[in-house]
Design a protein around this ligand. Structure first.
Ligand SMILES: [Zn+2]
Length: 380
């Protein structure tokens, strides 16, 4: 099976491109240019994409007819002669439904436009639902979100906890009691729309990479919620790993004498930093008269020790801690930052930024929209 990355192309060329494939590829090139650089004239688009003017005009006409691109008129500072007409992405002509399943108490969703802006929100309480009940809840949320927009829906994107297969089957998500659950297929059948399901941390890193004003270097988003996982974008592409489990740092043992983990081992990173454990540790600290900042600093130091080898190995530029900001964005982040720098070569720490997500708690929702943008339009 050929693995296709949401932000890349098939790893091996499939031989001679069919004409239809070439056309789709050229449409994606034009959309990608408009998505990344903003409005442009047809002549500028032809120049920047390397397509002929005839092909460019032809495809732009098609994209306008499809409602993905719109005519914007002439630029204000027109040069001598007939001013060129600019075209741009029709950001709100179609909408995307994004769903985030990474919270323990609720499923959140949003209607997102083609520029990653949230247009409407909705959420449903989980109330302990698992298995098929939890699948039904996702369906209900999707239906209610679709009803919130009067525009055509380009697709549904879902960030799910656990290990997710390339076909959108949730292979294993213990908190929702899902095993080999064909979430993508069931949503596609129910709503007759393209559906893309990916691991929540991978979804978060795609959201941050595409819409979060990131740099050009390696990016890691550590998603801290009920569980802990990471997503990595390196050299512009999402890192999948040998078995699609890249970024699963939550179940790396960091303290063999620590607490029992849901996975059966002892002292996984998740037992230190997952939100329920952090809150409990803070409550225990308070009962013993320990300052909350001391507790968070200690956890941050342990987190930094666990992440330093990753930062050093990959020479990351940005490390984003995503989760409840009142827990993460203070003494915990500062301690992690300090320990990472003290345990790696100076060159690893130069220019390294350890920060919160610029998208806040929307990072998975916006990332879910990126799954659809990449899958349907070839842009990201
Ligand atoms: Zn574990």
């Amino acid at each position: 099976m050929t693995t296709i990355s949401p932000v890349g192309r098939p790893l091996r060329p499939r031989g001679k491109l069919l004409q239809e494939d070439a056309r789709r590829h050229h449409r994606s090139l034009l959309l990608q240019q408009l998505f990344r650089e903003g409005p442009a004239s047809r002549a500028d688009l032809a120049r920047s994409t390397g397509l002929t003017r005839v092909t460019t005009s032809d495809l732009i006409g098609e994209l306008v007819a499809d409602g993905l691109v719109e005519e914007l008129g002439a630029p204000a500072e027109a040069r001598v002669g007939k001013p060129p007409t600019l075209v741009g992405l029709a950001a709100d002509a179609t909408h995307i439904v994004g769903i985030d399943l990474s919270n323990d108490d609720r499923m959140t969703g949003a209607v997102v436009n083609l520029l990653g802006q949230v247009r409407a929100r909705h959420e449903v309480a989980i109330d302990g639902a698992t298995g098929q009940d939890a699948v039904d809840l996702v369906h209900r949320l999707a239906a209610e979100l679709i009803a919130l927009t009067d525009r055509p829906v380009l697709g549904i994107g879902v960030g799910s906890p656990g290990v997710v297969g390339a076909d959108g089957t949730v292979i294993d998500a213990p908190n929702l009691a899902w095993a080999d659950t064909p979430l993508s297929a069931s949503l596609a059948q129910a709503f007759d729309l393209p559906v893309f399901v990916a691991n929540d941390a991978n979804t978060a890193v795609l959201g941050e990479h595409t819409f979060g004003q990131t740099g050009t270097g390696g990016l890691m988003v550590l998603r801290v919620g009920t569980g802990v996982g990471a997503g990595l974008v390196l050299e512009g592409s999402l890192l999948h790993g040998h078995r699609g489990a890249a970024g699963e740092i939550g179940h790396v043992v960091v303290d063999p004498d620590g607490e029992r983990c849901a996975c059966g081992r002892t002292g996984c990173l998740e037992t230190l930093v997952a939100v329920p454990r952090l809150r409990r540790r803070l409550a225990e600290g308070a009962a013993n008269g320990e300052d909350a900042d001391e507790v968070l600093t200690r956890v941050g130091e342990q987190l930094g020790a666990a992440l330093a080898p990753v930062v050093g190995t990959l020479n990351l530029q940005e490390l984003v801690l995503s989760g409840p900001q009142e827990l993460l964005d203070g003494p915990l982040r500062e301690a992690a930052d300090r320990v990472i720098r003290s345990r790696t070569m100076p060159v690893s720490g130069e220019g390294l930024v350890v920060r919160a997500s610029t998208l806040g708690e929307d990072v998975v929702l916006v990332g879910a929209a990126v799954l659809v943008l990449a899958g349907q339009l070839g842009v990201s």
